[in-house]
Design a protein around this ligand. Sequence first.
Ligand SMILES: C[S@@+](CC[C@H](N)C(=O)[O-])C[C@H]1O[C@@H](n2cnc3c(N)ncnc32)[C@H](O)[C@@H]1O
Length: 487
Amino acid sequence: MPETLYDQVAYPSRPFQQTHPSRMALPAALFGLAFAPVATARVLEVGCGEGGNIIPLALSYPKATVVGFDLAETAIAAGRRTVDSLGLDNITLKTLDILEAGADLGQFDYIIVHGVYSWVPEAVREGVMRLIDACLAPDGLAFVSYNALPGCHLRLLVREMVMHHLRGVKGFEARLAATHEFLHLFLANAPDNDPTTVAIKTYCHSMLDRDPRVLFHDELGPVFQPFYLSEFVDEARRWGLDFLAESEGVWWREELFPSARGKAVESLIGSDPVALHQYLDFLTARVFRQSILCRADRAVDRVVDQGRVRGLWVTGSVRWPDTAVDLDSLAPMRFEFATGAAISLDAPVLKRALCAIGRAWPSAIAIADLADEPDVHEGLLQLFCAGHLELAVGPPPFALEPSARPRSSPLARLQLDGGATTVTSLDHATIALEDAPSRRFFELLDGSRTHDDLRDAVIADGHPPEDAPDLVAKQLNGLARLGLLIA
Ligand SMILES: C[S@@+](CC[C@H](N)C(=O)[O-])C[C@H]1O[C@@H](n2cnc3c(N)ncnc32)[C@H](O)[C@@H]1O
């Protein structure tokens, strides 16, 4: 393969929770579609870079089959080194061009195309849709992210000025330096009393804050093509695919419980979901979309039947006053969520359900084990749509109770060995592990040490022997809650 810009300047590779197959499966579950169980799914990532998003999936779900490919040989070589170090045998990483990829890759339950579609030429974009059509299983789901209009008009405006300034400037360092030079020129000299230049300045600041490698590829690369949602969906439909939902949680509110804004749009243009989302993009000047596609012939039922909520899992940080509460009476009880919001509830079934969720957190509870009342299912759905609780199609893939010989994520240990200060959790999140004692403790958790061994190790690390039992318990508990323990 010829050397690409991504070989010259590596793109930071990390997990994105919004691309996780269980995120894709959630709208399918709510809208009445069958979907493949994540634990045994076949997952493909197109343009996977170094595999930072799919290697963790292969680790967390040993019975899943994971394939990733990318045009950049350097990225694939780095990903393979990680796979080899972890000894994973359920993931394959290949150097491959989207234009050469086809049905011979196999059929997949979940296909992820993140950060690719808006940054490749038209023929490759068409190749993305062709590949999804060729490889998506009949019940499969595909995630495609892209820059969105109308919000990206502002980004395009800034990009065009920067690209003008970069004419003839080559190489990573020189292009970055010239970009910063132009952004500072604009920030220092453009007027502060004009709404257009003020909006541009906000965007200039966000560009200056960006990781230089991301800025180099995402903003200064050869292609930057945003789309209206309606254009993207028209293209997907040409390939026998259709829009199922947006993967980010906040958009569910508009799909299931429209806000005043959603209702105003609906009264003007009707309830077609794509049209509704498109108008909401107009009203919010949306800049980015992460859309989930399914095959167009699937019977999507957007009127959520409470029975579908019953089949899900729920999790959330919920707090209530310490004072004794009567869960059986209709006395109102105040609940607070991690979002900072609070609600008052009086129905005993709902109060009991929220207390159970709060006690179990960060573990998830099967809703079927929690309550059978439709009112509870409706309430949980509303709290999810408001962003206070999370719904999922299954339990999270990490241990909350440390075993007799605790074992942390081997990927996270490998990342720490390599000098990283952030690690990937088993739940697909990026977690900062910055303080040296926590990092040293984490490295000990390779499954070979008992709790006594761990206490000896923290004493050897300089802690008083009497503090060691509490310290070990606290560290293990903290790591478990962050989704970093396998056992
Ligand atoms: C912006 S990066 C995104 C990487 C990763 N998906 C992420 O979100 O972090 C775009 C990736 O697409 C890959 N890519 C671009 N054109 C491609 C093609 N024709 N075939 C395969 N991969 C391609 C690049 O090499 C690069 O790794």
